[in-house]
Design a binder for this molecule. Sequence first.
Ligand code: HDL
Ligand code: ZN
Length: 439
Amino acid sequence: MSVDENGTVLESKSAVRNAVEHACLNVALPVDVHTHLYSARFGDLLLWGFDELVTYHYLIAEVCRTNRSVSPDEFYAMSKSEQAEHIWQSLFIDESPISEARRGVLTCLEAYGLDVESRNIEEYREFFASTTVEEHIDRVFETANCERVVMTNDPFDDQERPVWDAGPEDDDRFLAALRIDPLLVTWHDAQPRLEQWGYEVHMDLGGPTLDEIRRFLMDWSERMDPVYMAASLGFNFQYPDEHPSTPILDQAIIPACKELGIPFAPMIGVKRQVNPSLRLAGDAVGKCDIGMVERLCRHNPDCDFFVTLLSRENQHELCVAARKFPNLMPFGCWWFLNDPSIIDEITRERLELLGNSFVAQHSDCRVLDQLVYKWEHSRRTIARVLIDKYLDLHATGWRLTREQIEEDIRGLFGQNFLDWTGNGGVSRGPAEGIAKAMR
Ligand code: HDL
Ligand code: ZN
């Protein structure tokens, strides 16, 4: 293997295969661009430990279909530890834990050096009880080899707001994202709350309402220093539309994002509460109108849109839309797509249609420990895809270097987001913004 001024040239197919696999499994994750994690200062908002892992809402949906002797209402009437024991018995002991969410729990336990074969949940509980949240955050970031995560920060959350009242985030592993679903999805609920917080907003959007919504966004951006603004939008969300969401987007959200130099991140495709008895686990998926995404990007060429869609059926057309709009960056294999078979399919079509210009994955972790398993699983799946793609390249006679492959993979694992937002990201560090500060 020769080394030239650009680094280690990979001459053989096996050298390419080994370099890609090693990089995928070992590069530090620059940033996990979407999670529901929080730094330690947020207290109980940060979920972690065995019982939280096992009562993840994905597993609640699975246990309610697998063990019908306990109804959802009876399940939710249990204590957290009773729920965890019920799920462990039903989904792990009574049948093989072969689903992605079940396998993930075991990947975590194994990564911490625990005896998975003991199946002794008291042993697992003791491991977590013997550590502090601060120590465990360090352990999880080190085990997952992750440099930063983006939180989901909701100014409408009564438990979260006081934490921001106490001051800005001081753990630079945790970046903020300003999450604003109520402004677009439930304006009738959001309006009285903004009014209560001192913003002159009217239900009919009259008077100074749209300027006041923009002021609300700028005020919270000042407090949170977000890397993007996000909203989860239903599969049937439309733009433009007669709905209040269109003027709120056009005259408040998008102007605020442009002023801040950060993307708007519509996360589209949820079909809310198809089974309300499952509560948080009761949402499903629907195919959205890709034309809505195209119109957002076309009508607002000076705003960046960081987009993830929930339906598998939307993924190819999202790639095509991204080819048409440089201000559109697809990201992640979200929620029901975060499974090896679908990550494989989505990543292949993205590489084939977009080259490197996307972010391959985010974890969507709700429980701190999931950072370990969701990325362990994704790294391996994405490695299989990239080996094929780089071997295709190698077959043309084009020679790659180890360093180039590592840079490509860091890009796909989040650096592409930081570079794409360039100096626009509201800097948490030096004045030049997040991208440079992270290099
Ligand atoms: O709206 C979102 O950010 C979704 O990710 C929801 O939180 C969803 O319940 C989830 O956890 N998906 O993984
Ligand atoms: Zn999420």
